[in-house]
Design a protein around this ligand. Sequence first.
Ligand code: ATP
Length: 429
Amino acid sequence: MTKITITQAAEFIGQEVQIQGWVYNLRSSGSICFLQVRDGSGFMQAIVNKSSVSADVWQTAEKATIESSVILTGQISKHPKKEEYELQVSGIQLVQIAEEYPIGKKEHGPDFLLDQRHLWLRAPSQWAIQRIRNTVINSIYGYLNLNGFTKIDSPILTPNACEGTTELFEINYFDWAKAYLSQSGQLYIEAAIFSLGRVFDFGPVFRAEKSKTRRHLTEFWMMDAEAAFVEHEENMKIQENLICFVIEKVLEQNQKELAILERDLEPLKKIKAPFGRMTHAEAVKKLNQLGSDIKADDDLGADDETLLTQDSAVPIFVEKWPAQIKAFYMKRDESGKVALCDDLIAPEGFGEIIGGSQREDDYQTLLERIKEHKLPLDEFQWYLDLRKYGSVPHSGFGIGLERLVGWICGTHHIRETIPFPRMINRIRP
Ligand code: ATP
């Protein structure tokens, strides 16, 4: 008997096969039983016809409950009109008969579903999001590998705050030091460009900020990229090409998943270079015209980001921010007042997905910045060293994976885009 996955069904029409999975829904008319089966690769209907199976098979089918694990044998048939395949069951084995499943068909509130996250992950919508997340991860690796970037892992345990700004999770490092969970690998991968030229890391980062928004998690996955001899303009070009590449791959590989999520594909199809672009000063001006009370030295709030992109089909780079509200390591323009940085804002109200900048490469200037920001010089000496031995112009950026996946999936709250979300009020399951 050939064991197949549901996605292989089309190649086995008319043949006897075996499928292993779970019954996610079922109904029976007394003479025919429809089992909706999921096997990880996809979803399929299995039909048990009382008149064409043995009494034993029929009785077993009748014992199946929602979420029971099953091994089914039968013949694959094609739906007469649709590209759908069914299994005409001839044999059934119940691997385990599931107890009454707590997640029903009725609407559940988000807290209930998050408490049941270990089970909720099985829902088709959650399956679809994780599959798209997987494509996003692989296509980020794919793009960066094709473009000369080497993956380099940055540490998660760090002796100090990377930017000295965000609140960090603190832990006791044995009995002789404090350590912090990394908020970004950026500073470490900057060191690696002097060895490898173009590098990236991709891993979990941690922020203890008390942000309770639909875009903030306390643990999320970030891809930081960093490249030697790349300045502000080229840095944005890399971000733009990377995002276009990722969207193209999801549209190529995840049609089924996007359909389950009822994601409108038109806006995604429009994501092509060039992206929109405006300076922070221009953004403030435009926002004021649109009714926002944002000031010249303010960060953009979520509402501002939505307003700014409301008429744009493509993401918008907001570049060249007032230096005083940005991190110490960002290089400034000739005026000394503007940081050569960018935030990339996704359309459709999904907000900031990337933060990037050219980095300060001059030793003295960086030293002054570290002092101005009252950062502990001892802890940053190694970072300053990079400006002593073959310093070069260089730039980089960080993508928040869950924000990117949330936008592509059209998911309102990014907590659904990570398997086990950690938020200010949630650490379980
Ligand atoms: P925000 O202003 O939205 O809080 P940030 O400016 O602190 O974000 P960066 O430090 O530039 O963000 O981080 C790079 C990227 O990481 C952001 O563009 C975003 O996609 C993502 N990100 C930042 N904070 C979070 C968070 N708490 N949860 C999920 N993703 C985040």
